[in-house]
Design a protein around this ligand. Structure first.
Ligand SMILES: C[S@@+](CC[C@H](N)C(=O)[O-])C[C@H]1O[C@@H](n2cnc3c(N)ncnc32)[C@H](O)[C@@H]1O
Length: 245
């Protein structure tokens, strides 16, 4: 291996300080290098419904920023188990309201990612929540509810409204602050079934350290996933994945 390749950890988009934090604080890590080959249903569905979790087409999206590459990772995780996933929850529907934090801008498509999950997991019931009441909707195999993820009371009401359901997959694509992420997690992790997966999206490097301290102190089984795409520097293209087993 020549020097240039040895230094390839520098190709991570993380600032050096965070890069060093990861190497010092995690005993293990692995890298996965892949090329996209053949069809990718999950990326196609993101294009179809307008979620920024992935893309096939480079243009024509209802948002103006580069897509994430979460769909690539998620398809590798869940592709073989599509028919086994029966219950999905996502916080963050995709508000069009510019006065609401983390909105998808006025051209956004509320409910995009819930429709992606509904089509990708053919036997799943999909549940969603958002602080924007105007983004709520119900349609085939999708139900949505109001919730402010920064409020324990609001989250408790959400679970009372949804009822006695355990989830195979839970996704936090809401406000994206560390405090909001922890608030939703501590008030919702009891809803993840044994063997289920909980994903926090858009983890920015500066909140990674706080998340790492939080999950380590609680002894959770968690991973930090830094996704990378050639020629694209996305500072918020990282996930935290918590596995319940
Ligand atoms: C990035 S958008 C979600 C995009 C959608 N998941 C998709 O992929 O199409 C983030 C959403 O989080 C919602 N949000 C912001 N603050 C929130 C809060 N405190 N509680 C719940 N949802 C919140 C916004 O209204 C917005 O709809």
């Amino acid at each position: 291996m020549n020097e240039k390749i040895k230094y390839s950890k520098g190709s991570l988009i993380l600032p050096v300080r965070i890069d060093e934090f990861l190497y010092e604080n995690f005993d293990n890590h692995y890298s996965v290098f892949y090329k996209r080959k053949g069809a990718s249903l999950l990326n196609e569905l993101c294009d179809k419904y307008g979620s920024d979790k992935g893309e096939i087409q480079k243009t024509g999206h209802p948002y103006s920023w580069p897509s994430h590459t979460y769909a690539d990772f998620l398809e590798r995780q869940f592709g073989p188990f599509r028919t086994f996933v029966k219950t999905v929850f996502e916080c963050g529907l995709g508000s069009k309201n510019p006065s609401i934090s983390s909105n998808m801008t006025a051209s956004g498509k509320p409910g995009a990612s819930l429709r992606v999950w509904r089509d990708y997991f053919p036997f799943a019931q999909v549940y969603g929540a958002d602080i924007d009441k105007d983004a709520l909707f119900n349609e085939s195999r999708i139900s949505t509810f109001h919730c402010d993820q920064t409020s324990s009371e609001s989250i408790a009401k959400l679970w009372a409204d949804i009822g006695d359901i355990q989830f195979d997959l839970m996704i936090d694509d809401g406000l994206h602050t560390f405090e909001a992420g922890v608030s939703l997690f501590v008030n919702s992790i009891h809803k993840l079934r044994d063997g289920g997966v909980y994903i926090i999206e858009d983890v920015i490097p500066s909140s990674l350290v706080s998340f790492a301290e939080f999950f380590t102190s609680k002894n959770y089984n968690y991973e930090f996933i830094n996704l990378f795409r050639k020629d694209l520097r996305l500072g918020d293209n990282s996930l935290i994945v918590i596995r319940k087993f």
